[in-house]
Design a protein around this ligand. Structure first.
Ligand code: GLA
Length: 358
């Protein structure tokens, strides 16, 4: 039997643009050199099985999408079922398959392990079915699979980044049009990701509640999404103020990257963190301490990344000092919180695709 084709999809780190994708705002985000690999071996009995090298249990579902994704056990199989059901809705005739999955994206860290999982599984199943799905359509399908499988009303930035990033670049993404500009990362800088040691599972955080609160602001103002609100309208409405000011910061950040204005990047990240904390209410004390520790250790700027409420902080550091900054910041953080942080210097990776040709 020929070896099954293997697909990979990377996790991502959101450099700036928190809680704005679902308001059709802009984000700057990059895929990282941590990914989920998935391959699908044909099987003839109309079932999809899945095994993961990292997660317990074996998944066994019908491939005609008759399985309700939210009832699948083990719970990680809900995502497999969600992907299968969304692909079926799109007209893909899912074929029986044994999926093998392996991941190096830390789980519950805010690095989009779930988006990477959805995209990698979708690519393997789509390939097995001889169906075509790529780019923004693939990202949208993966996003919908997350909604169907977990009920988390995530936006589109994680899946778009995992699908569309380029090696050495970040994406400046317009979440309304899904237009992408690939912006090179300055060679003088490194991207540091530091896990606070506080795990979080998106379903168990107030993410959906925060989203609903900011959508209530849009409704109050009579706009569909906060992209269409002005600063004047939201001046006294913290959730709205976060969204409108964050969108402006993202555009300034993308402009600074384009103009190679490195000094502008750090302050924008710090302002983003402060707004996420004070106006949006998605930080926790550990993340604030970690941001302080990174800046105190010499980072240009830092902010919480992903949904917040735990997980990771992202920082930009001068290339030559990144390791030393990480060491100093993690020591200071450990001393202040008693928690065990983990730091990585991450590289901007290419978006999802086949690992090797058939
Ligand atoms: C999670 C969601 C994203 C986005 C971020 C917050 O990562 O999956 O769509 O909303 O939170 O910016």
């Amino acid at each position: 039997m020929p070896e099954p084709r293997e697909f990979r999809a990377p996790g991502r780190v959101n450099l700036i643009g928190g809680q704005v994708d679902y308001h059709e705002g802009w984000v700057v985000s990059m895929a990282i050199d941590r990914d989920v690999h998935a391959s699908a071996r044909p099987r003839a009995d109309g079932r999809i099985t899945a095994r993961s090298r990292d997660l317990d249990g074996a998944v066994d579902i019908a491939c005609d999408a008759t399985t309700d994704p939210r009832t699948v056990v083990p719970a990680w199989g809900r995502t497999v079922a969600g992907v299968a059901s969304v692909l079926t809705e799109l007209g893909c005739r899912i074929a029986g398959a044994d999926l093998e999955i392996a991941s190096t994206v830390p789980i519950g860290a805010g690095l989009s392990s779930s988006a990477a999982f959805e995209v990698a599984c979708a690519l393997a199943l789509v390939d097995r079915a001889g169906f075509a799905l790529a780019g923004a359509d693939l990202a949208r399908a993966a996003q919908r699979a997350e909604h169907v499988a977990t009920g988390v009303p995530c936006g589109i930035q994680d899946q778009m980044t995992s699908v569309c990033n380029r090696d050495g670049h970040a994406i400046f993404l317009d979440c309304r049009t899904l237009e992408i500009e690939h912006v090179p990362l300055p060679a003088e800088l490194r991207v540091l990701v530091v896990h606070s040691g506080v795990p979080r599972v998106l379903e168990a955080t107030p993410y959906a509640q925060r989203r609903a609160e900011s959508e209530a602001v849009a409704a109050q103002l009579g706009v569909r999404v906060l992209r269409d609100a002005s600063l004047d309208q939201v001046r006294d409405l913290p959730r709205g103020r976060h969204a409108v000011t964050e969108m402006a910061r993202v555009r300034a950040f993308a402009g600074a990257l384009r103009a190679h204005d490195l000094d502008a990047l750090g302050p924008l990240m710090l302002a983003s963190h402060a707004s996420s904390r004070d106006d949006m209410g998605v930080s926790i004390p550990e993340l604030d301490i970690l941001v302080d520790a990174l800046v105190g250790a010499g980072a240009l700027g830092a902010r919480l990344t992903g949904a917040g409420f735990g997980g990771c902080v992202v920082a930009l550091a001068p290339a030559g000092d990144a390791d030393a900054i990480a060491a100093r910041a993690t020591a200071a953080y450990r001393e202040r919180t008693g928690r065990a942080p983990v730091a990585w210097v991450v590289r901007a990776a290419a978006g999802a695709g086949a690992v090797r040709a058939r």
